[in-house]
Design a protein around this ligand. Structure first.
Ligand SMILES: [Zn+2]
Length: 253
């Protein structure tokens, strides 16, 4: 058995680069709800990987990267409506900066968000109040402190990983174990470094299967696109160890 880990970034009125439309996201969540899927919390997924949690056959793990504010505005109400859970990987320094002042939300596409996050993050990135308010649906983990983009300060990898861990401990009161690599880029040295800092479970952007094999360092995720039919197909493939391993070798479906 394998648990498909779904990877989203933005949910916006219109579909685009690493962006699902609200309409398609709603169709996908409705599909999960109507077909009896359990959406695991990050802790349940972690324990499943370690062989300590018996996940129902129909389980998925939903993740969002970066902490874009549209997740709170558009994804949260849909998840709540269908009684589903998800995890957001936060770029903790962006959230800190976004919490310094109040701004109106405007839906903007990814490239524009990446520009605005450098000068006016409160517009496009969620703040700590919003993080707190949506804890009934989302749990939150590390996507580093800086996303290795250095808009505000330059940090070594060691400083970056340690700072994110510390911020999450202060803000959310947890000993951080989960780390999602920015842009999915890492090597063996970084894996070792992350483990030394205290991270145990590391998320990639590679497709594939996630078995309860206690191998926590290369979690596979499926970059989400399109609608409920596309989701259904991908869940069928990546719940199956053999099919999932085969499809992981093919570039795109
Ligand atoms: Zn990212």
């Amino acid at each position: 058995m394998s648990i498909p880990v779904l990877m989203y970034h933005h949910i916006l009125p219109k579909e685009g680069f690493i962006t699902s439309s609200i309409e398609n996201f709603e169709k996908q969540m409705k599909y999960l709800h109507e077909n009896g899927y359990k959406t695991l919390t990050s802790d349940e997924f972690y324990r499943f990987k370690k062989g300590e949690f018996e996940a129902p056959k129909k389980s998925v793990f939903i993740t969002f990267d970066d902490g874009w504010r549209d997740n709170i505005i558009y994804a949260y109400p849909v998840l709540k409506k269908y009684n589903l859970k998800a995890t957001i990987f936060l770029v903790t320094e962006w959230i800190d900066k976004a919490s310094e002042k109040k701004e109106e939300f405007t839906p903007l596409k990814h490239n524009t968000c990446k520009k605005i996050v450098q000068t006016d993050p409160a517009k496009v990135v969620m703040n700590w109040n919003e993080v707190e308010k949506c804890k009934d649906i989302f749990d939150y983990h590390s996507h580093t402190a800086t996303h290795r983009d250095f808009y505000y300060e330059k940090l070594s990898w060691q400083e970056d990983l340690a700072l994110s861990c510390k911020t999450i401990k202060q803000r959310l009161g947890i000993e951080e174990k989960h780390l999602c690599w920015p842009r999915g880029s890492y090597d063996d040295k970084l894996v070792k470094l992350a483990q030394d800092v205290g991270y145990e479970i590391l998320y990639t952007i590679k497709r594939g299967v996630n078995k309860p094999d206690n191998n926590l360092t290369h979690i596979k995720r499926i970059s989400m696109k399109k609608d409920d039919k596309w989701l259904r197909k991908n869940i069928l493939i990546f719940s199956n160890n053999i099919l999932g391993s085969l499809y992981a070798k093919i570039k795109s479906i």
